[in-house]
Every structure is written in C-alpha cells, then in structure tokens.
Design a protein around this ligand. Structure first.
Ligand code: SF4
Length: 250
C-alpha cells in the first residue's frame, strides 16, 4: 500500500520540493542584494530575470497540476504544458530522485502514473479505431511459432499467453492492436497507424523511453507483470487494459 502510494506521489512531490528550494534561494539572494544600495543596470536585469524565471517555473507547474483534473481547451497550450512536463520537470524530478538516492523504478512509475492522469483527463470520446493498443513482444509464449508481430490477428488463441485475450479485447472494442519487438518497431507502428491515443504495455524502462520519445502523442502507460523475469513470457492485467480503453472510448 505504501509502495503504491509512493508510486503515485513521488514525481509531483519531488518537483514541488525542488521548486520550493529554488524559490527560497532566489528570494534570499534578491532580499540580500536589495539591502545593498547602488545596483548597477546588469544587476537589476539579473535579479529581475531570476524572479521572472522562478515565477514562470512555479506558474507552469501549478497549471500542469491543474491539468490532472481540468482540461485546457487550447491544443497549443496543452502541448506547451506537455513540453515543459517532459523536458523540464521530468529532469528536475530525476535530479531530486538521484540526490535523495531513491529507486529509479519507483520514480519512473510515479512519472508514468502522473502522465496517465493528465491523459485520462484530456482525452475522451475517441473513435475506437483511432486507438492503438501497443504491446511488447515478450507477452508471447516463447515456444509459439506464429509471427504475431506481423499482425496480432494471426494469433490462434491457444490460450498459452495473454496475446489471445488481448486479440479478443482489440476485436471486441474495435481498436487497433500491434506487438512490437523494440523501440524502433514501436516507433514504426505508431508512424504507420497514426493513432489519436496509444495504450502502451511494457516494462518501466521501455515505457519511460517510449512516452518521452513520443511526448507529443497521448500515450497511456500500463506496466506489464514479469513472473518469469524481465523480457520473458510477461503478462498484463487485462482488466487494466479494458479500463483504459473504456475511459478513452466513452
Ligand atoms: S495465445 Fe496466440 S500468441 Fe500466445 S501462444 Fe497461443 S497462438 Fe501463440
């Protein structure tokens, strides 16, 4: 329970703490400097610039927090918030995670959960055929000879792995589905299908790389389970997959 709680709040808490520290440092610096008479022009520019940067970082972060529950109408503004989330706040939080010697895995999970919240708030009523269910190749039973990476429809549904159930889910919901054997193939699949929303299943590392790589696209991340170790006959919680599809389709 505690781990689950941390996996949700770690990312936003780290960003908030970092911004509080930065704001306090700038406040002390400017307050001390203000006591010294005779600022030169460049000092005025420097301190004003610092205040503007801090206010911009804090303001944008508050808007990103708001975007987990509120949908902003402007597409360009939403893209700006996403750019800041992936390029600035993700890095700030990662530094904090390293400074506090925390597990990278928990940090990644927290970031993915936070991003999922934003995507769920901002995307709904998507035509089902515009949703792509992107799955990792390691879900397939290792002894299966069928090339399901070519097309999941080729799965003969023997039931020895989750691919059978996922094929059925994709057919029942009329969503596109594809298995990718790596990052390059995932990129190609996204390029070919051109979806409005991606529901991606993978491990922590691949999901983080994937959502950061395709940051412009709404990628809802679902972690796979690894009962046999990494990258080998993995599984996924099918109820979570159905939950995500329902949220986007309704
Ligand atoms: S369910 Fe499909 S992919 Fe999995 S082992 Fe059977 S035929 Fe192969």
């Amino acid at each position: 329970m505690k781990t689950q709680f941390l996996s949700v709040i770690k990312f936003p808490v780290f960003v908030s703490i970092a911004l509080l520290i930065i704001s306090a440092l700038v406040f002390v610096l400017v307050y001390q400097a203000y006591g010294i008479l005779g600022w030169s022009t460049w000092e005025r520019v420097l301190y004003t610039g610092l205040i503007v940067i801090v206010a911009w970082l804090v303001g944008t972060w508050l808007l990103i927090l708001a975007s987990t529950t509120k949908r902003f109408k402007s597409k360009g503004f939403r893209l700006y918030l996403k750019w800041m989330l992936f390029h600035i706040y993700y890095r700030i939080s990662r530094w904090m995670n390293s400074i506090f010697l925390q597990k990278t895995r928990d940090f990644r999970e927290s970031f993915l959960n936070f991003n999922n919240e934003i995507i769920l708030t901002n995307y709904s009523k998507i035509p089902s055929n515009r949703i792509l269910l992107l799955l990792p190749h390691c879900l397939q039973n290792s002894k299966c000879k069928i090339r399901v990476t070519a097309n999941i429809i080729y799965c003969e549904e023997c039931g020895k792995c989750d691919v059978a159930a996922l094929k059925q889910i994709s057919l029942d919901n009329n969503v596109q589905a594809a298995l990718a054997s790596g990052g390059s193939m995932a990129r190609k699949v996204i390029k070919d299908y051109k979806p409005d929303v991606v529901v991606a299943v993978a491990c922590h590392r691949d999901l983080i790389e994937g959502v950061r790589d395709a940051w412009r696209l709404p990628v809802f991340a679902l972690l796979n389970e690894r009962p046999n170790g990494p990258c080998f006959e993995t599984t996924v919680n099918l109820a979570d997959v159905q939950f995500a599809l329902n949220k986007f389709i309704q």
